[in-house]
Every structure is written in C-alpha cells, then in structure tokens.
Design a protein around this ligand. Structure first.
Ligand code: DX5
Ligand code: ZN
Length: 225
C-alpha cells in the first residue's frame, strides 16, 4: 500500500504561505491539501484561486483542492487554471453531481466527492467512473483542530470495499483520503480501515518541526503495512 500524507495549509502561517508549502514538502509530505471555505456552505471563509495560483510556483507536489463552497461549478475552472491537480466537492453542494465531476475532469484535474460524517456513500453509486478520490470527513467541515469522529472508520471500511471491488473490475485506482482530527496516535487506525491518503492540519503545522511529526506518522503507518 502506498500511503500519502497531505498537510492542510489551513493551519499554516498565512503570512508566509509559500515557505510553509515548500517546508512541509521538504519535511516529507506528499500533497498540499487546500481548504476552500465560503461562509455559506460552511461557517468559515478561507482562500480561493488567487492563493492557489500564488503557492503553485513554490512546489511540484500535487495541490488537492477541497471545495467547501456552494455552488461549486463556477469556481472549478478557476482552480484548474490556478494549478490545482485534484478537486473535490461535497455532493450536497452541487445540484448536478455528475456534471460537476465532468467539469473537473474536462478541466484536466482529478476529481473526487467528499462525505461529511453523516453523509451516506450512496452518492458514489453511478459515478465511480468519474471518481479518482473519495474523501471522508472525520470532523464536520469548517474548522481545523477539531476532534476525530471515530465512526468515520466504519465508513472507511465500506469505502475501501467499494474501491477494491471497482479496481478488480476495471483496473483503475481510486484514492481514499481522510480529513479531520488525524494525528500520530490515530493515523494507523485510519490506515487499518483502508485509508491511503491522510490530511493533517493542526497535527503538522501546529508543531515546530514538521519533519518530526511526518516521520512519526510514517513510522505508525509502517506498523500497518
Ligand atoms: C476542515 C478541513 C480540514 C482541516 C483539518 O473543514 O477540511 O482539512 O484543515 O484540520 P485538522 O487536521 O486540524 O483537523
Ligand atoms: Zn479539507
């Protein structure tokens, strides 16, 4: 199993964002997780395509744009132009889920759906061919630094079973990402439940030495693999 660590820059120092992106990748992270909040779909307001464009020159690592905005369609091409590699959105935030997934793919990015703690996986039923990543929220979206909701591990096992059955049938890979309250002490449980991509905001950016935390996370993951 290939494991990927995706620090959320939501907990980074926004006054030094370029360096924060560069440093966390130099410390061993794989992906930059980019949380977009609109004060409408979620009760917080963060960063948009201009900031994505500004950090793009600071790393070659994939930028994983997590849209917590409603509606989603208009903003998708803007993020693609700003250098996003993966774009995910919440099914509740789109009137036409298949169309939104298609827009992401047409703009040249990988596409994914995000599932809130209480959102069922059935939104995947007829769109698996357009999905490159499934993102499971282990907190309610809107803020960094919240506590992990353990029930998400039940959903992770269900999502892993869906992905494995789909991969056997098609040969196509789909990533399973978890987001919210992921720390050194629960990352192994997430991996054991089938997660391969781990978002961590406060756990990494809240510490002075990013490499120490990322190394500890990798050591926990090595126990599972
Ligand atoms: C929450 C965001 C998360 C958040 C995670 O709505 O989607 O990506 O930054 O932060 P931590 O790891 O601190 O829970
Ligand atoms: Zn996120």
């Amino acid at each position: 199993m290939t494991y990927r660590i995706a620090p959320s820059i939501l907990s980074a120092d926004f006054a030094r964002l370029g360096e924060e992106v560069k440093n966390v990748i130099a410390a061993g992270a794989d992906i930059i997780h980019f949380d977009v909040m609109d004060n409408h779909y979620v009760p917080n307001l963060t960063i948009g395509p201009l900031v994505c464009d500004a950090i793009r020159p600071w790393t070659d690592a994939p930028i994983d744009v997590h849209l917590m905005v409603k509606p989603v369609d208009r903003i998708i091409p803007d993020f693609a132009k700003a250098g996003a590699n993966i774009i995910t959105f919440h099914p509740e935030a789109s009137e036409h889920i298949d169309r939104s997934l298609g827009l992401i793919k047409e703009s040249g990015c990988k596409a994914g759906l995000v599932f809130n703690p209480a959102t069922p996986l059935h939104y995947l039923d007829y769109v698996m061919d357009k999905i490159d990543m499934i993102l499971l929220m282990s907190v309610n979206p809107g803020y960094g630094g919240q506590s992990f909701i353990a029930e998400t591990l039940v959903k992770a096992r269900q999502a892993r079973a869906l992905i494995d059955a789909y991969t056997v049938k098609t040969g196509r890979e789909i990533w399973l990402e978890i987001d919210g309250g992921v720390k050194v002490d629960n990352i192994a449980a997430c991996a054991a439940a089938g997660v391969d991509t781990f978002v961590a905001g406060s756990a990494i950016y809240g510490q002075p030495d990013y490499k120490t935390v990322i190394d500890q996370m990798r050591a926990e993951l090595a126990k599972v693999a």
